[in-house]
Design a protein around this ligand. Structure first.
Ligand SMILES: Cc1cc2nc3c(=O)[nH]c(=O)nc-3n(C[C@H](O)[C@H](O)[C@H](O)COP(=O)(O)OP(=O)(O)OC[C@H]3O[C@@H](n4cnc5c(N)ncnc54)[C@H](O)[C@@H]3O)c2cc1C
Length: 287
């Protein structure tokens, strides 16, 4: 099907973008890499009056360290992030997830900001951002505001962004010296969306877990935080008992539905097993 008619504007910078959003944010849609939006336009699930093309804004694609944070421009493509040595060094869970997203074509077009703003509960990055306790910077002509990743996803394909705001930067706390980070994804075939995904970020100190972050993909209405599991790990030695308890609690946090990818019961058990494996790896134990 062909998309319905729409106006097209291509602002030259962020200042012009927020001005257009202030005037037409309610009726418009930002177009970044188009990997989610263009299929929606073609199916006429999205019928914006205007497309605001931010796909070629300069200075919108970067991955760099500033202070205690890894800062990622919202216009950064998945492929750029997947190839970033800075991300590999400072955000291991993110570096593990980036090459598992979709296929090379989608990774070359799709942006981090577009992926997070689209808020697909089966999107991989939201869980990593939750596990890593990241912040998102939103910009409008009213100024900047910082949103916590844990409060960003309000429902399927729904976020805390206002219609006149765009996501401009993602801030991931740097993994400290003995930090552990992983992203485990079960997919039917390479390039598929997750049947289940599990992001784990731990701040470790000599076998003890100081703080834990666990995010879950495709097992709820949004990317989920496994809060009870995180609490069970914090300040605790990473022994078998702690690992069993945390993986059980993470499975309890999942709220999957049965579909072609598997039954709810199966998906919940995959969460348990993936959390258990990640924690054993973090604790230097055999699987
Ligand atoms: C075949 C295929 C396989 C895929 N597999 C996976 C997968 O395995 N894992 C996964 O996580 N994802 C997967 N995806 C989704 C893909 O990651 C997203 O489509 C892509 O990252 C979205 O980014 P984009 O730049 O293309 O966004 P667009 O499609 O341009 O925009 C998506 C939405 O975000 C909004 N938007 C874009 N940028 C911003 C911004 N800076 N601020 C606010 N709103 C913004 C748009 O208005 C739109 O509503 C897959 C997609 C395809 C087509």
């Amino acid at each position: 099907m062909l998309p319905a008619a729409f106006d097209y504007v291509r602002p030259s910078d962020l200042t012009e973008t927020v001005q257009i959003l202030a005037q037409r944010g309610d009726e418009g849609k930002l177009l970044a890499g188009g990997q989610s939006l263009i299929p929606l336009l073609k199916l006429r699930f999205a019928l914006p009056e205007v497309l605001i093309d931010i796909g070629r804004l300069e200075g919108f694609e970067y991955v760099r360290v500033e202070g205690e944070q890894l800062r990622i421009g919202a216009g950064t493509r998945h492929a750029f992030l997947a190839a970033s040595p800075v991300a590999r060094e400072h955000a291991p869970a993110l570096a593990a997830a980036a090459p598992q997203i979709a296929d090379p074509i989608v990774r070359n077009w799709g942006t981090i900001g577009g992926s997070l703003a689209h808020a697909d509960p089966a999107g991989d990055l939201g869980s990593v951002m939750i596990a890593a306790n990241s912040d998102f910077v939103a910009l409008s002509n009213r100024g900047e505001r910082v949103l916590r990743a844990r409060e960003f996803f309000e429902g399927p394909f729904t976020t805390a962004l206002a219609p006149d705001e765009l996501l401009v930067e993602i801030r991931v706390p740097l993994a400290r010296g003995r930090a552990f980070g992983s992203y485990s994804k079960l997919e039917r075939k390479i390039g598929d969306f997750a049947t289940v995904g599990v992001a784990v970020c731990l701040d470790m100190d000599d076998g003890t877990c100081r703080t834990a972050g666990i995010g879950l993909t495709a097992v709820g209405a949004t990317n989920l935080e496994a809060r009870e599991a995180e609490v069970a790990l914090s300040g605790r030695r990473l022994d078998n008992e702690a690992i069993e308890e945390a993986s059980r609690r993470a499975a309890d946090a999942a709220d999957p539905t049965s579909d072609l990818r598997g039954s709810a019961e199966y998906k919940r058990d995959v969460v348990r097993v993936y959390v258990q494996r990640a924690l054993k790896q973090a604790g230097g134990m055999n699987r």
